[in-house]
Unconditional design. Structure first.
Length: 336
């Protein structure tokens, strides 16, 4: 089965063709970073206008790259939430329109759930389940236990800022470029992670929840007391605090839940220091680690199409009345 996936939850316009949930025939992503950089963040109206301008050509490119025609597509999938409402509308309505016009099955996909299972797409390791999975991005920090595709429970999540949001805000405090995560990581490579003792919020509280607001505030207060800081040391120390909490809680959940596999996905999981620390931690605990490659960690349609395949195989479909759900969470398996 060949599924055409469409993803427009934020500021990337993406379309992909995936065969049988695992073979990526194409995965076209058009980024808007340069468009939003002058504003220091995503401007919803600009994002939706750009999606509208690009969506048709991106879908055509995905089909051409896959070497197939629309007639050879078996089903259509699109993200319906969470994300920016105006952006979600473009991709969802485009996908529904194609499905209606061609008479092909249509299904809406939860963006976070697609991130959750993206490491399985990359590693084709369905036998790795059950697994403890960390979804960490600009808008979400969630720790989940997945027992089968479409069957998962939330163990914990951020009670305030997401990890990626904290990276962006600290970068802004330091006057670094947008997007903040890669900039902080780049400067951290030249810094001392032990130079400043920033807090590890909720690391030892016994829960699987996260909090990064206090860490962000600690950086703010440090900069007020040190108006001419060693930027590299601030970045390295801040990054180490985030990584310690993310890795510490993930490993503890895996051990306590007695799983043999850990996975991580989402934009922040591309961070090199995070990957190294989690790799070492999993090795120390005898855990298998599944990491999605960077191209599947940021927003992309391949993960949408891949998850759609498994849902379609189980008989699930979406009605054309499906509306965008900008504020939806991970839930327990998404829609049917």
């Amino acid at each position: 089965m060949k599924v055409l996936g469409v993803e427009t939850s934020c500021d990337e316009t993406s379309a992909a063709v995936v065969r049988d949930g695992g073979e990526i025939l194409s995965n076209v992503v058009s980024s808007q970073i340069a468009l939003h950089r002058p504003y220091g963040g995503v401007v919803p109206e600009l994002a939706s206008r750009n999606h509208l301008r690009l969506i048709g050509s991106v879908i055509e490119e995905a089909l051409a790259e896959a070497g197939i025609s629309m007639e050879q597509i078996d089903a259509i999938a699109a993200t319906y939430g969470p994300g920016l409402a105006s952006s979600l509308l473009i991709g969802l309505n485009t996908a529904k329109g194609i499905a209606f016009a061609t008479g092909k099955p249509f299904i809406g996909i939860n963006h976070i759930e697609a991130h959750l299972y993206s490491p399985l797409l990359a590693n084709t390791a369905l036998d790795a389940l059950p697994m403890v999975s960390l979804i960490v991005s600009g808008g979400h920090t969630i720790l989940a236990l997945a027992t089968a595709i479409g069957e998962h429970d939330i163990l914990g999540q951020t009670v305030d800022d997401a990890a990626g949001e904290a990276f962006d805000k600290v970068a802004k405090l330091l006057g670094l470029d947008y997007p903040g995560g890669p900039e902080v990581e780049k400067h951290a490579e030249q810094g001392n992670p032990a130079a400043i003792e920033f807090p590890r919020s909720m690391l030892h509280d016994g829960s699987y929840n996260f909090s990064f607001s206090g860490l962000k505030t600690a950086v703010l207060y440090f900069l007020r007391k040190n108006p001419q800081p060693h930027v590299e040391n601030v970045c390295a120390s801040f990054q180490e605090a985030v990584v310690d909490v993310l890795v510490g809680k993930t490993l503890r959940a895996a051990v306590q839940r007695r799983v043999k596999t850990v996975s991580a996905a989402g934009g922040v999981s591309v961070n090199g220091r995070f990957r190294k620390a989690l790799t070492i931690g999993c090795a120390d605990h005898g855990l298998q680690l599944l990491l999605a490659p960077p191209r599947l960690c940021t927003d992309n349609a391949a993960m949408i199409a891949a998850l759609a395949y498994y849902k379609l195989q189980s008989g699930k479909r979406s009605d054309f009345s499906l509306e965008v759900a900008p504020s939806m969470g991970l839930g327990a398996g998404g829609i049917g």
